[in-house]
Design a binder for this molecule. Structure first.
Ligand code: GLN
Length: 359
């Protein structure tokens, strides 16, 4: 069955329907990863966004029970060039189409995703929607033009209840802004006794758990929307070890007085080069962000930049000069992507060890 992809600039692309038919307006973003569509679709940082893959053949290894980054995906749509409906992989349990239908995510294939990517690179990300072919396209374009980008996505994907993931090691409170399960996996692998808390949990409650450290997760949307967590982080700094990933990184920077801004078309892919400014080593990283920390604004804070993107020289990591606090804009848990930055979880463990020895 035919389906349309309509962009706010009035362009209309004709493709073939798959997945669900629950259409929602979202920000159309592109991801350049060659593999990892399961991890991408289930990464709740994409809440409010329609993801378009530049790699031309998607679906060929199906969907499995191991690789999802959340149990309830929040991606608004999925756009690809060619769809493979006969997956071939021993771990595959269902097709991508079955998964998207089951989780209410609409898809479209037969789209020249690379041509649209060139457009987004030139003009920036745009609002877009998938639609049935008989829709009133002009009215739809007008709606897209008038619509605001979605706000406050974090509350849609954060847990509403505190829950433990018990273990015998360091006690870590994970503030869930839409946390990828890869972060849980990396901390659990290192023995961390996790308490997962909602995004709006007060600092006193968090400190009441007597944590060795606090992990600030990735999450969707504009970091400036999450004012309540920025205030919480201000109160946590200096009282416990803190490690932030992606949205968590942006929130630490805002809490310390730095600024964030929206990138023209973001960084989404599995091979973004980042230089570690302390060692000069280049890490190939997995990324998914549309906002970034303003490097100039770090000057008036107690933060120093530790990592920088080699493609566009934007800020990719910071460290606090007085307290045990550090963060990165990219994804050291990978999933999907290269493992070069996995050492950052070891640094978090070492930081908690060191603070315990000083206590
Ligand atoms: N993966 C993330 O945590 C993304 C952070 C933020 N929503 C951004 O787009 O920049």
């Amino acid at each position: 069955m035919e389906r349309l992809l309509i962009l706010e600039d009035g362009s209309v692309y004709h493709g073939i329907a798959f997945g669900s038919d629950h259409f929602r307006m979202g920000e159309l973003v592109f991801n350049t990863s060659m593999t990892g569509y399961q991890e991408i679709i289930t990464d709740n940082s994409y809440c409010g966004q329609i993801v378009m893959m530049t790699y031309p053949l998607i679906g060929n290894y199906g969907f499995n029970g191991d690789d999802s980054e959340s149990m309830i995906p929040a991606t608004f749509g999925f756009v690809i060039r060619d769809y493979c409906d006969v997956p071939s992989n021993w771990r595959s349990q269902e097709t991508l189409d079955d998964y998207l239908k089951r989780t209410d995510i609409p898809g479209i294939y037969g789209i020249d995703t690379r041509a649209i990517t060139l457009k987004l690179r030139e003009y920036g990300t745009m609002k877009a929607i998938l639609a049935d072919p008989d829709v009133d396209v002009d009215a739809m374009v007008q709606d897209l033009k008038n619509a605001d980008y979605l706000h406050d996505q974090v509350k849609r994907v954060s847990t509403t209840k505190v829950f433990p993931i018990p273990n015998r090691g360091k006690k870590v409170v994970l503030m869930d802004f839409g946390a990828k399960l890869g972060i849980v996996r990396e901390l659990s692998k290192r023995g961390c006794d996790l308490i997962v808390v909602p995004y709006d949990t007060p600092a006193q409650t968090i400190l009441g758990y007597h944590p060795d450290g606090v992990m600030l997760s990735n999450g969707p949307g504009d970091p400036q929307d999450v004012t309540i967590a920025i205030e919480t982080i201000k109160q946590l700094i200096g009282k416990t070890c803190i490690f932030g990933i992606c949205l968590g990184h942006q929130l630490i920077c805002l809490a310390c007085g730095a600024k964030t801004y929206k990138l023209k078309f973001g960084h989404r892919g599995a091979n973004h080069p980042v230089v570690n400014l302390a060692t000069g080593a280049v890490e190939i990283t997995s990324q998914n962000h549309g906002f970034a920390v303003d490097i100039d604004s770090l000057k008036n804070t107690d933060l120093v930049m530790t990592h920088q993107a080699l493609n566009d020289k934007s800020c990719e990591g910071v460290r606090h000069t007085k307290y045990p606090v550090f963060s990165v804009q990219y994804h050291p848990e990978a999933s999907a992507g290269p493992q070069d930055s996995n050492y950052l979880f070891d640094e978090f463990m070492a930081m908690m060890d060191k603070e315990e020895a000083h206590a």
